[in-house]
Design a protein around this ligand. Structure first.
Ligand code: WT7
Length: 567
């Protein structure tokens, strides 16, 4: 029996108070995610249950019970407090998927500070803009990433502490740098967590915008109410499950469903801190007897590419429930997973701003391969006419996805950017910025984004950010960045560039520019190709029309080009 039981039944009389009751939370009371994920589970008598099974590069293992993660988060929280970190200070986490990342988030939450996880593949420029925006007080990082922090440290007067979790004593630490070793620190038993309330800030996740700098999505402790119940009903996490979320906590999936959801449910989860590899992944499932697997379409397509032969080498019979998020999950991938694992991947849809899953295929519900499923009970979702912002009540018509605001995990604002936040609402609806259709059974089918953001392998890339990096190169006069089709990543980044007089467009130039921007961008945002052109299509007012370049790459109709300058 699945946790959700019958979806239709759940829709009737749904109330979020159901989740509040299960968590013993009453309006106005203290609610602290860090406490809920550790102390409460121990109080329920599960202190000796495994919380985290971690495997790093080269097969190193570390294991933590719920009591261990309670103590570790106390210890990290105490360390930060002793440094002077206060509630609502932003503490950036810039690490690979090491245990300190997971436990650090919990420790930060316990002292009422705001956890700001940033993907460890970010280059220094990406790091800087996000930390400048947040005015982060501290950053927790590893030796291997400290060079990037050192390059920008002079530009960050607000940053007081650079905490290194694996300092080996070999090279002297510099000003503001301090070592912290979880293994060597005395575990802190007695700890008073900060009495955060529902609306106290918890996490700050950065997401790419179409124009301008990345936006800091502010979440609050009350988000737990959504994350707990969606993890329970959608991911179907049950008492004896071994859960594996492949996402990195640098992104929202890795916190909402890689930390908060599973730990608040007191389940055992495992983490593999190494990149993708089909063999390695199957081996990990087999070894840990993973039962619930939450992954992403690009990973699934990569597994498909690796073929079925290698699957036969492993015993994957532990798998009970599979889910996927982040980008369109093509119907073939669903059909394939049923064929090879005997289980379908359940696609679901949400985003950094929504904080929790909004639309999903539920255990026990009929899956229509290629569809994202139906709104979670308690979520009112529809599609709107893009001109009037009125709901379209017609089957199969394309419109803007829209949700009635007010679910617990909804972002509360964009950090220092209230205006952009306000622009996400129209006619009383929240618009995530995607287009879809709804069929007669109420299933949502993803069509595409309603902006120029590129979703490559599940990672959002702002064309603006890539273009800005390109423009910093001395040879680049103008640039326009769009997506082009890709078999595995669905779409990848492509740049069009015009050069300044005196520079030659050739392979060498492409390489030079690539090397130049590699230092500024994360590897994910790197263009796969730079095409040199003599001019870029522009509107009469001089705005570059990415739309036209995009349409060409995808072999689509160009549409209305009446405002084109060079037509
Ligand atoms: C954007 C959000 C929280 C999920 C991880 C990414 C796209 C997400 C799907 C899906 C098609 C999807 C949307 C969305 N997206 N899930 N199931 N099918 N597209 O969070 O980085 O904030 O990205 O990813 O465009 O708005 P994110």
């Amino acid at each position: 029996m699945s946790n959700i039981g019958n979806y239709e039944e759940r829709l009737k009389n749904f109330d979020w108070s159901l989740s509040e009751k299960e968590l013993d939370y009453k309006a106005g009371n203290v609610i602290n995610i860090g406490w809920y994920c550790t102390d409460r589970i121990c109080q329920m008598g599960k202190g000796s249950k495994m919380a985290l099974l971690w495997e790093g590069q080269g097969g190193v293992e570390k294991k933590f019970t719920y009591n261990d993660i309670r103590l570790a988060s106390n210890t990290i929280g105490t360390f930060l407090r002793n440094l002077g970190v206060k509630n609502e200070d932003r503490v950036c986490l810039f690490m690979d998927k090491v245990p300190e990342l997971y436990l650090g988030v919990l420790g930060i939450l316990k002292i009422g500070a705001i956890a700001q996880p940033l993907f460890s593949a970010f280059g220094e420029e990406s790091l800087l803009v996000r930390m400048e925006n947040a005015e982060s007080t501290a950053i927790i990082t590893q030796r291997k990433h400290i060079a990037k922090v050192r390059k920008i440290v002079d530009k960050m007067p607000f940053l007081k502490h650079i905490i290194v979790v694996d300092y080996d004593g070999k090279h002297p630490l510099r000003e503001r740098e301090v070592a912290f070793s979880l293994e060597e620190a005395t575990p802190v038993e007695n700890f008073e967590f900060f009495p955060t309330k529902a609306e106290s800030p918890s996490l700050l996740h950065y997401t790419s915008g179409t124009t301008g700098q990345p936006k800091g999505v502010k979440h609050v402790h009350y988000s737990l109410i959504s994350q707990y119940l969606t993890a329970k009903w959608i991911l179907d996490i049950q008492e004896n499950d071994i859960y594996w979320c492949t996402a990195d906590p640098g992104w929202v999936t890795g916190t909402s469903y890689g930390i908060i959801g599973p730990f608040s449910l007191g389940v055992t989860q495992c983490v593999l801190d190494s990149g993708f590899g089909a063999e390695a992944w199957y081996k990990f499932v087999e070894k840990n007897k993973v039962t619930v697997w939450y992954s992403a379409p690009t990973a699934i397509r990569s597994l498909m590419k690796a073929g079925e032969e290698i699957i036969k080498k492993f015993n994957l019979s532990s798998l009970r429930h599979l889910a996927s998020v982040g980008e369109p999950l093509n119907a073939e991938a669903v059909v394939w997973s049923e064929k090879v694992f005997g289980k379908q991947f359940h696609d679901n849809y949400w985003q950094t701003e929504t904080g929790s899953i909004m639309i999903s295929n539920y255990p026990g519900m009929k899956i229509k391969p290629g569809s994202m499923g139906r709104p979670f009970p308690g979520i009112t979702g529809t599609i709107l006419n893009p001109d009037t912002f009125e709901p379209i009540n017609a089957e199969g018509k394309i419109g803007l996805i829209a949700f009635k605001p007010g679910w617990p995990a909804m972002m509360r604002t964009y950090w220092n950017n209230e205006e952009t936040y306000k622009n996400k609402f129209k006619n009383g609806w929240y618009l995530p910025g995607d287009r879809a259709t709804i069929d007669r059974d109420g299933y949502f089918w993803f069509i595409g984004r309603d902006d120029d953001i590129i979703n490559t392998g599940g990672h959002l890339v702002s064309p603006f950010e890539v273009e800005s990096a390109l423009l910093e190169h001395e040879a680049v006069a103008e640039s326009a960045v769009v997506s082009k089709p890709d078999e595995v990543n669905m779409e990848v980044v492509k740049a069009f560039v015009t050069l300044k007089p005196g520079f030659t467009a050739d392979k060498d130039m492409e390489l030079t520019i690539m090397n130049f921007i590699r230092k500024k961008l994360s590897s994910l945002a790197m263009p796969q190709e730079i095409e040199f052109v003599d001019s870029l299509p522009k509107t009469r007012s001089g705005k570059i029309m990415r739309r036209i370049l995009h349409a060409k790459e995808w072999g689509e109709e160009i549409g209305d080009i009446s405002s084109l300058e060079n037509d």
